[in-house]
Design a protein around this ligand. Structure first.
Ligand code: ZN
Length: 443
């Protein structure tokens, strides 16, 4: 039995430690933030190179044109610079100022045109006149610029020079994979998307939390094996599933991580199965932590859980977010920046993820070896000699619940749901009972 009760394995606690973790997560986000990422390209590779310094990451390259189920890996997109110059030759929009200024996957363009012809290629947000929107045109060849509405209104009629120094060529799509073998071949999948440019919450926060979780797990005891995927959205997970179809059956639980750096309450989106282990483990862990959260049902709209949960796979993969995509005004705009994600929220998200993993690791099923009437706990030193203390009473209740529930069928999570006691109290009780020879794991 893996010993999560030893002090060095117990939840990293304390405000100072939490602050340090939050700073570490935020620093990683700050380092990744300026990079122009997309579905493919060198921004992707630079991102994975940085993550590689923290975790043992294998980078895969899938050639452009590779057919993956109903899709094909797109041509590789790279961009060196882009601008709009006014009639006086002044750069009024410059990619060097923000990589959001160019519509992702814009084809190369260099031409002069009047404002009226340029307008259909411009995107801005009248409701948030100072923010730059984030737009892409992945699967339709097009080009465009995103700018603040204030900038756009200042553009006078006349001729403009537009230049997008990009390339769209046969190459590859990169994704990263970190595998941590455990005692069992059964896997826990953690996935996040890495295709967004300078956007912090969606989804550098997911990348940072996943990286820290992989780093933490690399030295933690592991019953399960863990697979971390850092893939471009949609096409990345589709390509991974296509290349690993035989492996998918080993996935016992999974989480897509996104939008974990804002101050909103947690949102857990269930897997398509809705009653999988992960669908019960996440709410239990959040409840036990006293976190504010909501649980939402699966829908085929969102992040890569759409692919993992497609009916041909139907994997037990849910999605953990704070405020969901599209539900915060800064979403897909320049306001989703380094100020929008805060170290304290990132640290909390990391801690909740670590607790979810701990729950999965400790969720064993036991058989009570003394099932005919209660064993006498007092003579084993398991029952407090002084009655009445609230903490002691909870511990005793946990012992009784574990003994009562351990008929070889109920897992500790089953017992936690039924008793209303925190999972960790039950797992600690099971650990003690196991040490005293009163339980046997039913694998
Ligand atoms: Zn997004």
């Amino acid at each position: 039995m893996l010993d999560y009760t030893e002090p060095e394995n117990v939840a990293l606690s304390g405000a100072a430690h939490s602050r340090a973790i939050g700073q570490e997560l935020h620093s990683l986000i700050a380092e990744l933030y300026p990079i122009c990422r997309s579905l493919t390209g060198d921004g992707q590779r630079r991102t994975l190179d940085i993550l590689r310094r923290h975790i043992d990451l294998t980078v895969h390259e899938v050639p452009s044109g590779t057919a993956v189920y109903d899709w094909a890996v797109p041509r590789e997109w790279n961009i060196r610079g882009a601008y709009i110059k006014d009639a006086a030759g002044r750069k009024i929009v410059d990619f060097a100022d923000s990589n959001l200024h160019v519509v992702g996957y814009s084809v190369p363009v260099r031409r002069r045109m009047p404002l009226a012809a340029l307008q259909p290629h411009l995107f801005s947000l009248p409701d948030h006149p100072d923010w730059i929107p984030y737009r892409t045109s992945y699967y339709r060849e097009d080009w465009g610029f995103c700018l603040s509405h204030r900038q756009r209104l200042e553009m006078k009629d006349g001729e403009y020079e537009v230049c997008i120094d990009s390339s769209l060529e046969d190459g590859a799509m990169s994704y990263g994979e970190c595998f941590l073998a455990g005692e069992r071949a059964e896997e826990i999948l953690i996935s996040c998307h890495i295709c967004h440019p300078s956007l912090a919450n969606d989804n550098l926060s997911g990348i940072a939390v996943a990286t820290s979780l992989a780093k933490y797990l690399s030295t933690a005891p592991r019953r399960y094996s863990y697979r971390f995927l850092f893939t471009p959205g949609t096409i990345g997970s589709i390509a991974w599933l296509w290349r690993n179809e035989g492996r998918a059956g080993s996935i016992r639980a999974g989480l897509v991580l996104a939008c974990l750096g804002d101050g909103g309450r947690f949102t857990y989106k269930k897997s398509r199965r809705s009653d999988a282990l992960i669908d019960r483990a996440v709410p239990q862990a959040l409840r036990d932590a006293g976190a504010s959260y909501q649980t939402v049902e699966f829908s085929p709209y969102g992040y890569d859980e759409r692919q993992f949960c497609s009916p041909g796979f139907n994997l037990p993969v849910g999605c953990l977010m704070r405020t969901p995509h599209g539900c915060f005004p800064e979403y897909h705009t320049s306001a989703d920046n380094l100020d929008f994600v805060q170290p304290e929220h990132l640290a909390e998200s990391f801690t909740r993820c670590r607790e979810i993993v701990e729950l999965l690791e400790r969720n064993l099923t036991f058989v009570n070896l003394n099932p005919k009437c209660e064993p006498q706990l007092g003579k084993r030193g398991l029952y407090g000699s002084v009655g009445g203390a609230a903490g002691g009473r909870n511990r005793e209740l946990a012992l009784l619940w574990v003994l009562s529930g351990s008929d070889g069928d109920n897992s500790l999570l089953d017992i936690a749901e039924r008793s209303g006691l925190p999972f960790r109290a039950l797992a600690d009780a099971a650990h003690d009972l196991d040490r005293h020879g009163l339980l046997k794991e039913n694998p």
